[in-house]
Design a protein around this ligand. Structure first.
Ligand code: SF4
Ligand code: NI
Ligand code: NI
Length: 724
């Protein structure tokens, strides 16, 4: 009852402030001044998601703000009992609308939402990249932290605990002028998207970015239509595991913000005494839980929100979890390194017979880092021997590829690259806590056993740090790397009778399924055909299933009876046919994880491709963000494809429409990054100088400019059959 009146009172205050701010902005800049969060196709995302209303200029804010005003309940007097939560929730939504408008106004007349350590709104590239982690389960959800802990030490403890549980931490709002994010920054904790500790704003209104993040996930991954507020809220409640942690005294505006979060299905857990608002039994969990001590608050939040978080204990003296993957070890913090340009560093995972492996044996042959002075350099070869009743040679590269994130997940340890170009940096802080190279062995042993229980029965790790021995291993490793590469390169779609599906993204994009063929990897770029095969054998009930091609319907366009039957069932009847090599007819669908988007440019008789790192305008007339909004959500959109970047170098890249020679525009940085692969393909199709003929943003940003460029350089697409 008290929170109800406080939340409604807070909402009134926030809406009034938003009205003043909007007036101020219009007086200063005029009603037609454009307004947008940076690089997003979702406008002001909460407003867009819930009402379908697009805010593009200041005057567009008037309607949603009026709606927010309408939805505000009467401020109840203390004697008034609110029998339903309805009014409180409505005023929660009013609050979110008003807060989003205030943030939007700040992007126009200031003060800038990006200031000091604060990042402001996340753009769509970040949202998608991070969304993938919500999809594959490497991030179970997010915690929206409001206010500040009583002291810095407590703040760091709470943050580390959330990180160890792999949660994202979205921070906004302060207690007595102090913010949680400031407390972490003062203690030297690395903040930012890479460490999952995201400082949005020092005002509580900045928490609206968290809700906007969730709303965009519903639209881009869940395919929920803007304005379909029921399904937006349902999606968030069912699929986004989020909660609010309120630290310190809760004032009216914080109550109002909490009510906004509750309307999304996100409960609030507080360290202070907050009265319950709800008649119990309305929901599957409590909306507000109060007076929780700081050492229990994270655990309580996880329980209340019903999150399943499994943490494997790793016997090392450092914190461990995916949230530590993104940490950098900078030069000034460096204690020792292996690889990079400083020394040889390679890694190798080998299948061995049961009797050849002694489970848990970790051996360092040569000096360990405790014998070094900073900054020390060591050569390193990591050899992991795995035995298991179901282990196969084909699984070696898949397990070996895990080393990167497994080693990187230790706090203060950085791992880059793979195979013979790996590079490990160990920080002074990690060394001070007692970290040694042998702990890399402990990590790999514990995680390979726990992550791959059905194939790894025994794991032993040997770390060589003597030059001679490292070079010897390097020779052996290179021979094996080559054998593996040849095996994948030799695989053609025609030479197998089974493809693999991937439905990992269905947790987020319920109607999407990837069909992975030897010559077309998953659109997220993370899974190829061999991975699909291995993953199915490792876990037959997992996200990858074999798809028998069955009768060939059209070899040229890539249509098979068995695949059609599979996708119609896997998409619950939403899709009937798939033509795997076509962009125009029954093309593959997308979730939201695509590395690149391919789009038809009819006038240029070809296609363009753009990756998520390119935020400028493309010749299709749309930015990556806008394109992504059209392509995602598990629906077929002829003329558009979400793809993994290596598909561009495949013989089956839109081969139904003529393939690689159709490529007419791509961002210059993408061309550079993929140059070797693209050049090989250009030579294969008999156009060795084609790379220079592909336009980029430096020569063309409109379809007409692309066409002019193609004519000037004589691009082969112009001589091909009309695409449309
Ligand atoms: Fe998602 Fe497809 Fe990647 Fe699987 S292969 S994780 S379904 S994008
Ligand atoms: Ni509820
Ligand atoms: Ni996906």
């Amino acid at each position: 009852k008290i929170i109800a009146s406080a939340a409604i009172r807070g909402a009134h205050a926030i809406v009034s402030r938003a009205e003043e701010r909007l007036k101020e902005a219009i007086d200063a800049k005029g009603p037609d001044e454009p307004v947008a969060f940076p690089n997003t196709g979702y406008y002001l995302p909460v407003i867009y998601a819930l009402s379908g209303h697009k805010v593009e200029k200041l005057s567009d804010m008037e309607k949603p703000l009026a709606l927010a005003r309408d939805m505000l309940g009467e401020i109840p007097t203390d004697s008034l009992w609110l029998p339903y939560l309805g009014q409180t929730l409505d005023s929660g939504i009013s609050t979110l609308f008003a807060q989003e408008i205030m943030q939007g106004v700040r992007y126009v007349i200031g003060p800038s939402p990006v200031h000091g350590i604060y990042l402001g709104a996340a753009d769509d590239a970040i949202m998608r990249q991070r969304g993938v982690e919500f999809v594959d389960g490497s991030a179970p959800g997010f915690a929206a932290v409001v206010g500040a802990a009583p002291d810095n030490e407590t703040a760091v403890k709470i943050a580390r605990e959330l990180q160890q549980k792999s949660l994202y931490v979205f921070m906004a709002g302060s207690t007595n002028g102090v913010c949680f994010a400031d407390q972490l920054a003062e203690e030297g904790v690395q903040l930012g998207w890479d460490t999952r500790l995201v400082p949005f704003d020092n005002e509580v209104h900045g928490q609206v970015y968290s809700l906007g993040f969730a709303a965009r996930a519903a639209m881009s991954f869940g395919g929920v239509k803007p304005g379909d507020f029921k399904n937006i809220l349902k999606y968030n409640k069912q699929r986004i595991f989020a909660f609010v942690i309120a630290l310190g005294e809760v004032d009216d505006e914080k109550y109002a913000t909490a009510a906004g979060a509750i309307s999304y299905g996100f409960p609030t857990i507080a360290d202070t005494d907050i009265p319950e608002i709800l008649p119990t039994g309305v929901c599957t969990y409590e909306h507000v839980v109060s007076s929780i001590p700081h050492d229990k608050i994270v655990q309580k939040a996880i329980e209340v929100r019903g999150l399943k978080v499994t943490v494997t204990e790793i016997p090392i003296p450092l914190s461990y979890g995916p949230a530590f993957e993104g940490e950098r070890v900078r030069k000034d913090d460096l204690f020792a390194e292996c690889g990079g340009r400083k020394s040889t560093c390679c890694e190798l995972l080998r299948m061995r017979e049961m009797e050849e492996v002694e489970d848990g044996r970790i051996e360092v042959v040569g000096p360990d880092i405790d014998e070094l002075e900073p900054v020390g350099v060591l050569p390193l070869a990591i050899v992991v021997d795995v035995a298991g009743r179901k282990m196969q040679k084909d699984f070696e590269p898949i397990l070996e590829r895990q080393f990167h994130h497994l080693i990187n997940s230790a706090e203060g340890i950085m791992h880059m690259g793979q195979r013979d170009i790996s590079w490990i940096r160990i920080s002074r802080q990690a060394r001070e806590k007692g970290f040694k190279l042998s702990h890399i062995g402990d990590i790999l042993h514990a995680k390979l056993l726990s992550d791959f229980p059905s194939i790894a029965d025994k794991v032993q790790v040997t770390l060589y740090t003597e030059e001679d021995k490292v070079n010897e291993i390097l020779q052996e490793a290179r021979t094996l790397y080559n054998e593996r590469d040849e095996r994948l390169a030799g695989l053609k779609d025609e030479s197998v009778d089974t493809f693999y599906s991937c439905s990992l993204c269905q947790s987020f994009a319920p109607n999407h399924v990837c069909v992975i063929t030897p010559e077309r990897l998953g659109l997220c770029g993370a899974y190829n055909w061999l991975d699909g095969q291995a993953s199915y054998e490792i876990d037959p009930s997992g996200p990858n299933k074999p798809v028998a091609k069955g009768e060939v319907i059209d070899q040229h366009k890539g249509e098979w009876q068995g695949v059609n039957e599979f996708i119609s069932q896997a998409s619950k009847g939403n899709l009937e046919r798939l033509k795997a090599y076509s962009i125009l007819e029954d093309p593959m669908t997308s979730c939201g994880c695509f590395e690149c988007i391919v789009a038809l440019l009819p006038a240029a008789n070809g296609v363009m491709v753009v990756d998520r790192d390119f935020s400028g305008m493309t010749p299709s007339g749309m930015t990556f963000s806008t394109l992504a909004g059209m392509v995602g959500g598990g629906i077929q959109t002829p003329g558009f494809l979400g793809v993994g970047k290596f598909y561009l170098g495949s013989d089956k890249f839109i081969s139904a429409e003529g393939g690689f020679k159709r490529l007419v525009w791509m961002p210059s940085h993408l061309k550079e990054r993929l140059r070797n692969m693209l050049q090989a393909q250009a030579e294969k199709v008999g156009e060795p100088d084609m790379l220079d003929k592909i336009a980029d943003e430096t020569v063309a940003t409109t379809e007409m400019e692309v066409l002019e460029y193609l004519e000037k350089v004589g691009h082969p697409a112009l001589g091909m059959d009309p695409m449309m």
